[in-house]
Ligand binder design. Structure first.
Ligand SMILES: Cc1cc2nc3c(=O)[nH]c(=O)nc-3n(C[C@H](O)[C@H](O)[C@H](O)COP(=O)(O)O)c2cc1C
Length: 211
């Protein structure tokens, strides 16, 4: 454990190039859950990509957020373009057995090429939204856009927070029991820095303090 009294390193993040700041963010905020987001473009072609700047927001309404960041060339991610066009997306969750396919869908395929097909994944029909869910995923959340909050001046490294309301969920029966999720069956993975990932192991519990 770091000793708070020993000398320490400081970095003036305001003076850092965004690529260097990125390394500090992804190494410090760990482990990050992964939203595997499916969308459709205006012509109805599906798109699928992972996003680890991802979390829940609140439960009234049930909501999630994730953050598509512009490419080093300043281009918006296809996922963001599609959501702005039709206000719908699906957040699929990733178990260990799907890690390699999830990684494959992060490749920079041209706009209009479906990552479902490229990674050998099956498009499952959704109940309330147009984008398909990943049929192989243990959990999928059908979402409707609440808001896109732009962060930064635009261009390389700038991003957006996409906030969505969860309308409907799908579960592999193995991971769902009596309204709760069975984490061992779910076997989720999380992203660390670079190309590192971790499973969820060594779980410990802490009761909340009672005052
Ligand atoms: C595990 C993982 C997590 C990622 N997280 C993010 C993220 O949070 N934000 C982002 O903009 N890109 C992230 N990426 C990169 C995108 O998946 C990648 O740029 C993808 O090509 C975007 O696809 P799209 O243009 O079809 O939306 C991540 C990649 C991987 C493998």
């Amino acid at each position: 454990m770091p000793n708070p009294k020993s000398s320490h390193v400081e970095v003036d993040v305001e003076k850092l190039p965004f690529q260097e700041a990125y390394k500090l963010i992804i190494g410090s905020i760990v482990p990050r859950p992964i939203a595997w987001v499916s969308t459709v473009n205006k012509s109805g072609v599906s798109n699928l990509a992972p996003f680890s700047f991802f979390n829940g927001v609140c439960s009234n309404p049930p909501s999630v957020l994730f953050c598509p960041v512009n490419t080093p060339e300043g281009r918006e991610k296809d996922t963001l373009v599609n959501i702005r066009d039709n206000r719908q997306f699906v957040v699929n969750l990733v178990s260990r057995g799907l890690a390699e396919k999830m990684n494959q869908t992060s490749a920079n395929y041209p706009f209009g090429i479906s990552e479902f097909k490229e990674a050998g994944l099956t498009e499952g029909k959704c109940k309330k939204v147009k984008p398909p869910r990943v049929l192989e995923a243990p959990i999928s959340m059908e979402c409707e856009l609440i808001e896109i909050v732009k962060v930064g001046p635009g261009g390389p490294g700038s991003g957006a927070v996409v906030i969505g309301k969860i309308l409907h969920m799908h579960f592999d029966p193995a991971v769902y029991k009596d309204g709760k999720i069975l984490i061992e069956a779910f076997d989720p993975i999380a992203r660390l820095a670079g190309s590192a990932y971790c499973p969820v192991r060594d779980i410990f519990t802490l009761d909340r303090p009672k005052l």
